[in-house]
Design a binder for this molecule. Structure first.
Ligand code: SF4
Length: 176
């Protein structure tokens, strides 16, 4: 289904018209959201399961809320991921990246190399670096802070934890 062709982006009053014909539970949740009322879990689930006209109304309402809150200006941060190792014992199959320690293409970057790549990223315009990698056995827990020091980008002002903050490095963002 080509959803973008089926959404009444440019039809004025399309959302109002949809409110009159769609499932009224969905309409109520959307109308409350447009009034900035936070939805609860069940309401969120209801929206997650919408399709057809209800889904079109959801998309149009979300676009309206987006426009109210942040307008049409899109911003982004130039970021570089530095994968310090591809060695990982987890084998969760989420990626095709992990290697066993003795595989021929397994690697572990030195902290100097992490720092060099971070500085290179800075020189090329990046303003955020995400230092991440696999989970090798015996990884020293405070590697995040060690890696942050290795990055040593000018005017560094922050650090953000990754989903495994005690064992895996997070990202660092220098100030402008
Ligand atoms: S590197 Fe990450 S995604 Fe890949 S197997 Fe390990 S834990 Fe899973």
């Amino acid at each position: 289904m080509n959803l973008s062709n089926e959404i009444g982006w440019d039809r004025r009053d399309r959302l109002e018209a949809l409110f009159g014909v769609i499932n009224q539970d969905v309409a109520r949740v959307l109308e409350r959201s447009l009034d900035h009322v936070e939805m609860d879990f069940d309401e969120g689930l209801l929206l997650a399961e919408t399709s057809g006209l209800e889904l079109e109304a959801l998309v149009l309402a979300a676009d309206q809320v987006r426009r109210q809150r942040v307008g049409d200006v899109v911003t982004y941060v130039v970021n570089r991921n530095i994968n310090f190792t591809n060695v990982c014992f987890v084998g969760c199959r989420f990626c095709a990246f992990s290697r066993a320690p003795r595989e021929r293409d397994a690697y572990f970057l030195s902290l100097d190399e992490v720092g060099r790549r971070a500085r290179q990223a800075w020189d090329q315009g990046a303003r955020e670096v995400c230092v991440q990698g696999g989970l090798p056995r015996g990884l020293v827990p405070p590697l995040t802070s060690v890696a942050v020091r290795a990055v040593a980008m000018p005017r560094l002002d922050g650090e953000r934890g990754s989903p495994r903050p005690t064992t895996a490095p997070g990202s660092v963002r220098p100030s402008q």
